[in-house]
Write a protein that binds this ligand. Sequence first.
Ligand code: ATP
Length: 274
Amino acid sequence: SGSKRRKVSDSMPFSFEQIGGQERAKQELIEALDFLVRHEELSKLGIRPLKGILLTGPPGTGKTLMAKAAAQYTDSIYLAASGSEFVEMYVGVGAGRIRDLFKEARTKAKKAGKESAVIFIDEIEVIGGKRDGGQHREYDQTLNQLLTEMDGIHADTAPRLLIIAATNRKEMLDSALLRPGRFDRHIGVELPDKKARYQILNIHAANKPLADTVELEKVAAESFGFSGAQLESVMNEGAIYAMREQSEVIEEQHLAMAIDKVMMGEKTDREATK
Ligand code: ATP
């Protein structure tokens, strides 16, 4: 339905080990996921199934990575969508897309012989923003459809569904989304501290030839305030500078230039959106 094709990720399994830092968030997420894995025990005790997890935090901090890792940890299929894909001029189209997404998750899981599916919805605030006096009727229908689908998730019928949503604007969300049985588990992801930046740099240096003199600890110290996505860029840009200078290894100065470039890039981005 509709012309916008959703990117269904059939990407390689992605594990928590490939996410640097975020120790507390990872631990909280794994605890929550154990609810999904141990569903039989829970239902014996009459514990309400976990249906929705909300990941909050700044852009580029690994929310998408966490959702992918959650899918692999629970041996689920993974489907991803973004809130903006459900915004349509015509009433009912967005709601229809939500319905299709849930249907697709169930079909795909069955086909793959999996007992569960993880649906990741990025930018949830686009469909789940606070309702203001009934002005956005189309958004309301889309949001209502999402709520209906979530209310229809049952713990004891396979495939079980887990919805992971992400936002960097939690305060904008409609309270209907946050009620028990919906997105009632919130996990905050943060910008990485120095130690986490070091871990992230190491992850993204794994497939790159670094000069022996490069100290990633120093790079971590110099990239204060960078997100995981920006650190990934630093490693990538550093490699590009090395290539330009026809160097076979990435030297300290290449990474220094890359840090500057990523920092400047951020500034121009910000100025452009002013
Ligand atoms: P957005 O809110 O902008 O969608 P996000 O929080 O979902 O961002 P991701 O898409 O998960 O961020 O991260 C983007 C890229 O940045 C990842 O593909 C990865 O290369 C890198 N990255 C971000 N955080 C981490 C991390 N903690 N460890 C390793 N790599 C990371």
